[in-house]
Design a protein around this ligand. Structure first.
Ligand SMILES: CC(C)(COP(=O)(O)OP(=O)(O)OC[C@H]1O[C@@H](n2cnc3c(N)ncnc32)[C@H](O)[C@@H]1OP(=O)(O)O)[C@@H](O)C(=O)NCCC(=O)NCCS
Length: 327
């Protein structure tokens, strides 16, 4: 496991200087106290942050970049429209030729990515897969009162994991469960610039009311669907493995909103030491949130060999998923 967070800490009070919001409002609704933002003009991008997190994971796995057979890069904020950020990481790592694939599943991106890695490993096609989740949100958010419903929530950062073939089938990834429901595609989205809203068209229209280049979120709809889907997909994973909530040593939910995590904790009657949350310090870092939280939980000695670890995510698409692991 590895992680990288930009040094620049942005508190709720810092945001209150830019827009009509308050530390109390943000903490009460989301649990967030501060987040990290890339400083404009710094070298940090989703690819460079993913590279740093990825190198840490590779070194801790006792490997070198030459050992990596496949790179999976989960992000909603790639460096370029194309090519994907995965090939940029490959270039930085000096890997001459291996597949490098971007996964565009937003907040569920890391769960989708490790499920993909798991399939390639179990079929025997690849041995070592580097999975990265990395995001630069701060560069594209509306830090005025108009954008406060979205911009206070999201933060920047990267997390990574190396998945390796293991002959002992009593440990590793036991099962993954993935879903999407495109009926809600626009409820949490960034529509333009895109092939529907080309940049030249937006510039030509020069319409000050057109803010389609900022993310849109129907917060209450997202919240309602999230609590249902999180519960369903965790239950499905527990049933598949004949586990009960009591068996869970650590649940690492996507850090969408502390209130959602608390709802899930209560629903499954989990003790505080069965759930890991760090949204207070980093905000919602989308595809990076689970690998950052998983890395921290492991670094803090809260995840140990033999532990039953559950990952669960929900986000734009809508997409959701879970992964059941024995560490
Ligand atoms: C975003 C969220 C915190 C908003 O909380 P909410 O209780 O739904 O708030 P609403 O959107 O109904 O807004 C209530 C009021 O607060 C205001 N408001 C919104 N953002 C604010 C902010 N940052 N500071 C102060 N006031 C704010 C709204 O303008 C609105 O004011 P009005 O009543 O005068 O119109 C909440 O909907 C949520 O957590 N949704 C899930 C989001 C999520 O998890 N996203 C990630 C998915 S992966």
């Amino acid at each position: 496991m590895g992680k990288f967070l930009p040094d620049n800490v942005v508190t709720n009070d810092d945001l209150a200087k830019l827009m009509d919001t308050s530390d109390a409002w943000i903490q009460e609704r989301t649990g967030i106290k501060e987040r990290r933002h890339i400083v404009k003009g710094s070298e940090d991008t989703p690819a460079t942050m993913g590279y740093k997190a990825g190198m840490q994971a590779i070194e801790r796995a006792g490997l070198t970049p030459a050992d990596i057979d496949l790179i999976l890069f989960a992000t909603l904020s790639p460096d370029y429209y194309f090519p994907g950020s995965g090939v940029l990481v490959q270039k930085m790592m000096g890997i001459p030729a291996c597949p490098a694939m971007d996964i565009r599943m937003q907040c569920s991106g890391f769960v989708y990515a490790i499920s993909t890695a798991d399939q390639f490993i179990k079929t025997g096609m690849y041995k070592n897969v580097l999975v990265i989740g990395s995001e630069n949100h701060s560069g594209g958010l509306d830090f005025t009162t108009r954008g406060r419903g979205v911009s206070v929530i999201f933060g920047d950062g990267a997390g990574a994991a190396v998945l390796t073939r293991e002959e002992d089938t009593s440990r590793g990834i036991m099962s993954t469960h993935l879903y999407s429901e495109g009926a809600h595609a626009e409820e949490l989205s960034l529509i333009g610039p895109s092939t529907l809203r080309w940049v030249p068209e937006i510039m030509e229209a020069n319409d000050p009311e057109d803010i389609s280049y900022y993310p849109y979120m129907n917060g209450q709809t997202v919240f309602k669907h999230a609590v249902v889907r999180f519960s369903e997909v965790i239950n499905e994973g527990l049933e598949k493995n004949n586990w009960t909530p009591k068996d869970i040593d650590m649940l690492v939910p996507h850090q969408a909103n502390l209130r959602i995590s608390q709802f899930i904790q209560k629903k499954f009657q989990l003790a505080d030491d069965q759930v890991y949350n760090n949204i207070m310090r980093y905000g919602n870092t989308t595809a990076a949130s689970i690998p950052i939280a998983l890395t921290e939980a492991w670094e803090e000695g809260k995840i140990n060999p033999g532990d039953k670890v559950v990952l669960a995510a929900f986000g734009s698409g809508f997409t959701w998923g879970s992964a059941m692991m024995v560490w």
